[in-house]
Design a protein around this ligand. Structure first.
Ligand SMILES: Nc1ncnc2c1ncn2[C@@H]1O[C@H](COP(=O)(O)OP(=O)(O)O)[C@@H](O)[C@H]1O
Ligand SMILES: [Mg+2]
Length: 537
């Protein structure tokens, strides 16, 4: 582990406590020499936690619960006071975990619970585990589903042959970082043509609720995981629990599970656990990058929930809220996580993150902070989703650092600029069309509108992940075919074909020759939308 060794000095002090295989924390359920029974975390949902693996031996530093306020717990220690970020165990079978966040006086620490605190009472004994929250790393985690403690939650057997590492690390130092400007093809036309992703970059999928962030992210996993040689790590933060289960079975069916690990802290879990699950996933990603020298694809759904969990923790700890009620430490918390997603000479972490935008307000501080960390921002618009133009990416609001002539090549760049220009002109003309009707436009403007509307339709695409409820077979389109299609539309090759002929197709060769003629335009210039057969919303 040459890379790891080079970074040793920079890792937080907890790194020293890392235990190799067979150590006291490697998952064996033996009583300790002192006769004290081994401490294991009982399941929060016992039936689902059968595969639990975290076993913490603890130190002999014992304390007593002195106050419980929901998720906030005060503990009194007579001897050594555990440092900040220590993990404390308490309650029945030591099943309740608390992370120390402040030392309030020489004898008291205050921490946030990572588990529900039901049953906790003043006077209960507390065990200092002598280290921070740890997560298992190693080959054994591939194809598994874990929670924030590293317990398996896929009903499979417990993890064996893993190392336990602290979830807190410093980002790699500047001299270890590397940058390459390479494109990551997704097979999704509008992404590859207008907002190309960067290998080793961070891309964000921004949008309000229900505009298709999760669907787009899942489609990208589907299209990319099979082709890329590295490993993929999916991290679910604060979203619906069923999404984890669905993803797991989809990935198993697609046969890509052996190269994938999943870590979940969904919306039913306490804020403390949602706040740390991203760190646990990153620790896994760093292991594959630094120890195994592999490229990692890290998918996060949803990074906004990380900020939200941080805000809940901050509020519970009694900090004054800052702008719009967010925590004053939001910037540092987010960059602490995002900066760890970095590329070194030995491996790259490419990350795609969904970012929920509260109330579709893109000036929300959480969205603004997330924007600043990303190399590509893909903005999903509710209007497009309403028109059935899926994926509902708004090309004029989305941007990518890769979309320059030096990286994608002059031909691609010029074409992308021309597409943007056409779409922007159409957007400007929309008001006039709404007031006066399409007929009042000049001949040239009408041509622009026809091209833009055909481009918009061509840039929709049926997805593999939505096959069940759209009834359309998914399509993967190479960059060359996508560019070719756009170019031919701009050259007016398809002006005599109805717009609907280009809707939800793959390559331009699939344009439906037998499509029905377009319905007459409504006063706002929009024909009735070709509604998708969405099964559920
Ligand atoms: N590419 C798509 N094709 C067809 N329907 C889609 C597509 N993307 C999203 N939808 C519809 O929108 C719904 C919400 O999408 P989802 O990804 O769960 O939203 P979000 O994660 O942004 O809240 C889906 O259940 C589906 O009906
Ligand atoms: Mg979602």
């Amino acid at each position: 582990m040459d890379v790891g060794d080079g970074r040793e000095g920079r890792r937080l002090e907890w790194q020293e406590t890392q235990v190799a295989d067979g150590g006291p924390e490697s998952g064996r359920l033996e009583p300790e020499p002192g006769g004290r029974p081994c401490i294991r975390r009982p399941g929060i949902e016992p039936s689902f936690r059968a595969g639990r693996t975290d076993v913490t031996s603890g130190t002999d530093n014992a304390g007593v619960v002195s106050a419980v306020r929901g998720s906030v717990v005060d503990v009194r220690f007579e001897g050594r006071l555990p440092p900040v970020l220590s993990l404390l165990r308490m309650g029945k079978d030591n099943g309740i975990a608390i992370e120390v966040l402040t030392q309030t006086d020489p004898h008291h620490v205050r921490g946030i619970a990572l588990t529900p605190t039901q049953g906790l009472a003043r006077g209960m004994p507390v065990l200092d585990t002598g280290g921070p929250l740890k997560t298992p790393v190693g080959h054994a985690v591939l194809s598994r589903m874990l929670d924030v403690f590293g317990n398996t939650i896929d009903r499979g057997p417990a993890l064996a042959d893993v190392q336990w590492r602290s979830v807190h690390h410093a980002p790699p130092p500047l001299e270890k970082r590397s940058t390459k400007s390479e494109i990551f093809e997704t097979g999704i036309k509008v992404v590859d043509v207008l907002v190309p992703l960067e290998r080793g970059g961070k891309a964000g999928l921004f949008g309000g609720a229900g505009v298709g962030k999760t669907v787009l992210l899942t489609e990208m996993i589907h299209n990319m995981v099979g082709h890329q040689e590295g490993v993929s790590i999916f991290c679910g933060i604060g979203e619906r629990c069923r999404e984890g289960e669905e993803l797991h079975s989809e990935m198993r069916e697609a046969g890509v599970l052996p190269h994938m690990a999943m870590v979940f802290g969904q919306m039913n879990e306490p804020p403390g656990s949602r706040f740390r699950v991203g760190h646990a996933a990153l620790t896994l990603a760093e292991y594959f990058r630094d120890d195994e020298h592999r490229d990692v694809l890290l998918l996060i759904d949803n990074i906004f929930r990380f900020i939200q969990a941080g805000s809940e923790v901050s509020g519970l700890m009694g900090q004054m809220p800052s702008r719009m009620g967010y925590q004053p430490t939001m910037g540092t918390e987010l960059s602490g996580l995002e900066e760890r997603i970095a590329n070194t000479d030995t491996g790259a972490i490419t990350s795609i993150q969904a970012v929920y935008v509260p109330a579709d307000d893109f000036t929300d501080p959480a969205a603004v902070h997330a924007f600043s960390h990303l190399s590509a921002s893909i903005v999903l618009s509710r209007k497009r989703a309403g028109e059935g133009l899926f994926p509902a990416i708004d090309p004029l609001q989305s941007s990518s650092r890769m979309a320059t002539a030096g990286i994608v090549g002059k031909k691609h760049y010029d074409l992308a600029q021309e597409i943007r220009k056409t779409l922007a002109q159409y957007a400007d003309l929309k008001d006039i069309i709404a007031m006066l009707g399409l007929e009042q436009l000049s001949e040239d403007d009408r041509k622009v509108v026809a091209r833009a509307r055909r481009l918009e339709r061509f840039l929709t695409q049926p997805f593999f992940t939505t096959e069940q409820f759209t009834g359309l077979a998914g399509k993967l389109v190479g960059l060359k075919d996508s560019l070719d299609g756009c170019e031919r539309i701009l050259r007016d090759e398809f002006k005599d074909l109805p717009e609907s002929a280009l809707y939800m197709i793959g390559t331009i060769g699939e344009a439906k020759k037998d499509a029905k003629p377009d319905p007459p335009t409504k006063p706002d210039g929009n024909p009735a939308p070709p509604a998708p057969k969405a099964g559920h919303a």
